[in-house]
Design a protein around this ligand. Structure first.
Ligand SMILES: *Cc1c(COP(=O)(O)O)cnc(C)c1O
Length: 317
């Protein structure tokens, strides 16, 4: 079981290693939405996404044997870079199982941090099985992208910082893939801002989280086709689901057109580059604005790793 104490310990471990990312506001955004919005800029985190928090927290807890043998991770991108950098900082060898169609920038960055990349086909191969066999053959420790206690605790430190840095929030809106970020955020909110409503936002094409919440059990879907490549997950985790089901206010969805529009709005108003998945929370405000009218809303901009041609396409009117 993961608790807020684990999130607080992760914050100590990450202090001086992860960036304490800035919180940005925009009068134009507030006026357009009728909300007061506080944007937590995890696009400015090391490796360009919050995933550095969970990865570093997990790897920093390895014992000497685990450190010398190494880590293996599977990821559509940001977790890969996060594990690769955390491993490099801690002197741990890293192997990353990545989809063959992952964004070029993410593959290049992962190799750049010194990790070995093992490509796979996301529509025909099982990445978890590949990682498990590498782990068995070479004695590597598997660090999954969301369903691990130390990963969830690390991801919760972004919300912990936000609650500490801004005055009382009425709501927090968080991108949702496998649920590590949302589960960690819920643990932070439960301890630091118990009256704050917390929403998850996932791609409309892959609304397994919303379906799972409604069904009261983990619903599995086919790999969704969406530009939100960091949220192409097929199911919530066995650790993340119970935390989300117990504590989340609701899960809403946004389509790809809304994500593209959000990238453009954020670039124009805040000058921030945010990747499509990183825009999920901000884009979700559109469907929550009536419910939350006039309130103070925190939004996690979860990452900024977008290929420049995709960014250029989004910026073109
Ligand atoms: C991984 C990721 C998410 C989803 O996080 P989960 O912990 O899997 O829910 C959201 N945004 C970005 C930028 C990511 O890399």
């Amino acid at each position: 079981m993961v608790t807020f104490a684990d999130v607080a310990e992760a914050a100590v471990r990450l202090s001086g290693v992860a960036n304490r990312t800035p919180v940005v506001t925009s009068r134009r955004i507030d006026a357009a939405l009728g909300l007061h919005v506080e944007l937590k800029c995890e696009n400015l985190q090391r490796v360009g996404a919050f995933k550095f928090r969970g990865a570093y927290n997990a790897l920093a807890r390895f014992d000497a044997e685990q450190r010398s043998r190494g880590v293996v991770a599977f990821s559509s991108g940001n977790h890969a870079q996060a594990v690769a950098l955390a491993a490099r900082l801690l002197g741990i060898p890293a192997t990353i199982v990545m989809p063959h169609d992952a964004p070029r920038s993410k593959v290049a960055a992962t190799r750049g941090y010194g990790a070995t990349v093992r490509p796979y086909d996301r529509y025909t191969e099982d990445r978890a099985a590949i990682a498990a066999s590498l782990a068995a053959e070479q004695g590597l420790t598997v660090i999954p992208p969301f369903d691990h206690p130390d990963v969830i605790a690390g991801q919760g430190t972004a919300a912990l910082e936000l609650f500490a840095d801004v005055s009382a929030l009425d709501a927090l809106v968080v991108p949702l893939g496998g649920g590590g970020l949302l589960a960690g955020s819920l643990l932070a909110a439960g301890a630091l801002a118990p009256r704050c409503r917390v929403y998850g936002v996932e791609p409309a094409a892959g609304n397994d989280g919303q379906q799972s919440l409604r069904a009261g059990r983990i619903v599995t879907i086919e790999p969704p086709q969406t530009i939100a490549d960091g949220a192409q997950t097929t199911q919530l985790g066995t650790l993340t689901f119970p935390i989300i089901a117990e504590r989340v206010t609701d899960i809403v969805t946004v389509d790809d057109a809304a994500l593209t529009a959000a990238m453009r709005t954020l670039a124009a108003t805040t000058k921030l580059v945010v990747e499509p998945t990183g825009c999920l929370g901000f884009a979700g405000l559109e469907s929550l604005r009536e419910t939350l009218a006039g309130t103070r809303v925190g939004v996690i901009l979860s990452g900024g790793n977008v290929d420049l041609d995709v960014l250029a396409g989004a910026l073109r009117p």
